[in-house]
Design a protein around this ligand. Structure first.
Ligand SMILES: [Mg+2]
Length: 226
């Protein structure tokens, strides 16, 4: 069976800005930085990478090899609390088309895992909001690295450590950054048009398979992992 690594935002679900709002709350409360993520693209980014980008906007930079010169743990705590509150708002979270049917259909046919720039706890909150918190094998998260292109090996190593044998690694995401991280990790790349990139941008990234959404794409993915 293949190992499928699903991105979360724009691929499995949409939160209608909840993530950005929660980050802004956290940076304002912890650092005093207003509208912290304004002008920063979150699509395909990692949470740690976003922290670096925001800090640079406010004149704070540091070497990648050393810890940040401020309390990222505090930012993460406030972010998670603000995110959880927003995810409880009616109509805030929506699963992308076909997600639940695809996950159900792939049970026993593929190993389902995650590759996301979300911090692990944020990923759990978001997936819980659409009733899909359970059933994933250990994946790769924003806690593992600030560079998405470094994430495939984390998911691969964790799957192997869990005793899972697999044929091929397939990354499924909604941005050119997902395709790039698949390439960097030697994985097959599936792109879906339900997120933050235009069909033309996705086509330009040359994924192996480009699908309008996971509903109309379900048969393609089922055939891919057969
Ligand atoms: Mg995404």
């Amino acid at each position: 069976m293949d190992l499928l690594l699903f991105d979360i935002d724009g691929t499995l679900l949409r939160t209608r800005g909840a993530g950005r709002e929660a980050l802004d709350v956290a940076f304002l409360r912890v650092m005093g930085w207003p509208d912290a993520t304004a002008g920063i693209s979150l699509a395909g980014a990692t949470d740690g990478g976003i922290v670096r980008g925001v800090a640079a906007r406010f004149g704070v930079t540091w070497d990648i090899a050393v810890p940040p010169p401020f309390d990222v743990g505090a930012i993460r705590r406030v972010y998670l609390e603000a995110l959880a509150g927003r995810l409880r708002e009616p109509g805030r979270v929506a699963a992308c088309p076909g997600v639940h049917a695809l996950v159900a259909s792939l049970a026993g046919r593929a190993h389902l895992s995650l590759l996301t720039g979300n911090w692990r706890a944020g990923a759990a909150l978001k997936l819980g909001a659409i009733g899909l918190a359970e059933g994933w094998i250990a994946g790769a998260f924003g806690d593992d690295h600030t560079d998405r292109n470094c994430l495939v090996p984390f998911a691969v190593d964790r799957a192997r450590a869990a005793g899972i044998a697999f044929r091929r690694v397939i990354v499924i995401g909604d941005t050119p950054a997902d395709v790039a991280c698949a390439r960097a990790g030697g994985a097959y790349a599936v792109a879906v048009e339900t997120g933050f990139s235009t069909p033309a941008e996705l086509a330009g990234a040359r994924p192996d398979l480009l699908l309008p959404d996971l509903d109309r794409g379900r048969a393609w993915i089922e055939a891919l992992v057969a």
